[in-house]
Write a protein that binds this ligand. Structure first.
Ligand code: AP5
Length: 228
């Protein structure tokens, strides 16, 4: 099963993509996380991407497509994958379609801009393992220490208020039109992001379960016979 999570920066794509990846036992692929790792390792791709990420701009399509292509060729993607933060432009969406990379389900998480600003101002991330927390909604049980790997939590550079506003503007202009793109293909499902992470996860899981039940039903020999 191949799933895309769409949504504004801070809507909860990463949080829900991780939960869904664990449920389905398939990898969660965050292009943002891959770019941040490349930046921290100062690779050639990271050095090119840094100024875009720090300023809340999208990294040029060709760079991100190249990174994604490489990641999708890894053996752990053969059973399916979850894309978190890709595609973000129509060129990226067309790349998937033209390469024959099937997309089964697109889950759009809707959260109003005012709430996004509140969420991103409280986000703390682990620079070592990438875990993401929120000071109020999803705190680490160890305060400012990562509950998973014990590193000190930090605030992401691009979570500064002025950069968040720019990321939101970029999202509305360049990524939001993808809702219509996938809506027309009949694979878009929308979740209203709740203030409670577990509640949102419940909504996301029920979409995934319904999709699984529908697919099984379509493949069942009984259904095939009944439809004859
Ligand atoms: P990326 O890392 O993908 O950032 P983003 O899309 O801006 O998304 P975020 O990681 O900020 O938020 P999220 O929706 O994953 O929310 P999260 O679950 O963390 O990309 C960073 C940059 O890389 C981009 O700006 C761009 O420069 C570049 N880039 C990446 N992909 C690219 C591409 N395809 N093309 C070009 N450039 C690309 O949650 C946010 C916070 O809220 C957390 O603190 C969390 O604990 C909390 N929270 C989550 N859910 C809830 C809830 N239901 N209730 C309350 N709090 C919640």
């Amino acid at each position: 099963m191949n799933i895309i999570f769409l949504g504004a920066p801070g809507a909860g794509k990463g949080t829900q993509a991780e939960n869904a990846g664990e449920k389905l036992n398939i990898p969660q692929i965050s292009t943002g996380a891959i770019l941040r790792e490349a930046i921290s390792k100062k690779t050639a791709a990271g050095q090119k991407a840094k100024k875009y990420v720090d300023n809340g701009e999208l990294v040029p399509d060709d760079e991100v497509i190249c990174i994604l292509k490489d990641r999708l060729s890894a053996p752990d993607c053969t059973r399916g994958f979850i894309l978190d933060g890709f595609p973000r432009t129509s060129k990226q969406a067309k790349y998937l379609e033209n390469s024959g990379i099937a997309v089964d389900l697109v889950i759009d998480i809707e959260v109003p801009d005012e709430k996004i600003i509140e969420r991103l101002s409280g986000r703390r991330v682990c620079p070592a393992c990438g875990a993401s927390y929120h000071t109020i909604y999803n705190p680490s049980h160890r305060g400012m220490i990562c509950g998973r790997c014990e590193a000190m939590l930090i605030t992401r550079e691009d979570d500064k208020p002025e950069v968040v506003l720019h990321r939101l503007e970029t999202y509305h202009r360049r990524t939001e039109p993808l809702k219509e793109y996938y809506g027309k293909r009949g694979i878009l499902e929308t979740v209203i992001g709740q203030d409670d992470v577990a509640e949102t996860t419940g909504l996301v899981f029920s979409i995934i379960d319904n999709f699984g039940a529908r697919s099984e039903c379509e493949q069942s020999p009984h259904t095939a016979r009944a439809n004859q």
